[in-house]
Write a protein that binds this ligand. Structure first.
Ligand code: MG
Length: 360
């Protein structure tokens, strides 16, 4: 309990408000959409609650990164801050071009740690081909912040790759009218691809938080995916929707797509790529790998005629070499269901929130 006493009947912010999943989505609708939804217009507005917005043909995204601890196996807050915003812009089909970076530093953060984080941001920017062009630095008194919080905002632009992708979609779906790759674009019959193994990032952060060591050396997958996505759009096409399964994991991402597109999604348990070490750690900790956040993966909805070709291209890339077609969308039911390895079907509900706190 904080120094301020909580008064009865008053509601307070909890960790679940920032954990992806039902509680956070309800919070966003109740506060953010209610107070700002009517102020926003244009092609992809706040009301779409997609990974980013579109204003005057520019894709715009802002994302604060509060991962704790700031260094974890496989990455750090700097790599995360660049990758998170780059990926959210890329999944709309745009090419990220510039970032703004807001640093909120906690008094007492070693400058050597800060330099390490900024170098990591620089390297990730070079890897993704984006630049930090503006920003801001604030310092707050020592508390429980964990060293620093980094906000990155970014803009992305339309590319020939996106135009080619949409032309391919229209070959198979003449009435396709979206100019962007949106959560609401999925139709019954589309195939669902997952670009690689899930659960790695959340477990890597958890191991750093709790001082756990897992067998099999679990590392975060945090990485920018814009180059892989650009190839997918420009060289194959037929992609209708994309989403990065971050907080709340694959379960939350699929429910979001299903709800916004108003189609059911059926996935096959034996097709979902999960490393044995992640399965074992999840089993030991009682965690569901489907609900754990990832930072280097995407869920892709593709017209069925292009699914195999899309999968083959992904498998050629280092970011997508463990990709699989994990299911398809259907009009037979609503929501998300999984065909299990033992032959039954299980409903995959939207999680309340990611089981691991402050993973991004
Ligand atoms: Mg996202």
């Amino acid at each position: 309990m904080s120094a301020q006493m909580h008064s009865e009947g008053e509601e307070y912010v909890t960790m679940l408000h920032g954990a992806g999943g039902l509680v956070m989505h309800d919070f966003i609708k109740k506060y953010i959409l209610r107070l700002f939804g009517d102020l926003s217009g244009g092609e992809v507005s706040l009301k779409a609650l997609d990974d980013a917005a579109v204003v005057s043909d520019i894709v715009l995204k802002s994302d604060s990164h509060a991962v704790k601890p700031i260094f974890f196996p496989g990455g750090d807050i700097g790599r995360l801050a660049v990758s998170g915003t780059v990926n959210d812009i890329s999944v709309l089909g745009a090419e990220p071009v510039a970032l703004a970076c807001g640093l909120i530093l906690e008094e007492g953060l070693p400058l050597n740690d800060l330099e390490r984080i900024l170098r990591s941001m620089r390297e990730t920017c070079i890897e993704a081909g984006v630049a930090v062009v503006t920003g801001d630095t604030k310092v707050v008194e020592k508390g429980n912040m964990g060293g620093c919080i980094i906000n990155t905002s970014g803009i992305g632009i339309r590319t020939d790759a996106l135009e080619k992708n949409i032309a391919v979609v229209k070959k198979y779906r003449a009435n396709f009218s979206s100019r962007w790759i949106l959560d609401s674009n999925l139709k019954a019959g589309d195939k669902i691809i997952l670009s690689g193994t899930i659960g790695n990032h959340g477990l890597a952060v958890l191991s750093a938080q709790e001082g756990l060591s897992f067998s099999g050396d679990i590392k975060s997958d945090v990485q920018p995916l814009n180059l892989m996505i650009k190839r997918l759009l420009g060289e194959v096409g037929g992609i209708v929707t994309m989403k990065d399964p971050t907080r709340g994991g694959l379960a939350d991402a699929l429910n979001e797509l299903s709800e916004k597109s108003k189609v059911g999604i059926l996935i096959y348990e034996d097709k979902i790529p999960i490393r044995d070490s992640v399965k074992a750690a999840c089993g030991m900790l009682g965690l569901d790998p489907l609900e754990i956040g990832n930072e280097g993966k995407i869920v892709i909805g593709v017209v069925k005629e292009k699914a195999e070709e899309a999968l083959n291209l992904l498998k050629e890339t280092s970011e997508g070499k463990y990709a699989e077609i994990i299911g398809e969308s259907t009009k037979d039911f609503s929501g998300v269901a999984m065909q299990t390895v033992i032959g039954g079907r299980r409903i995959i509900p939207r999680p309340l929130g990611d089981p691991i706190p402050r993973i991004c």
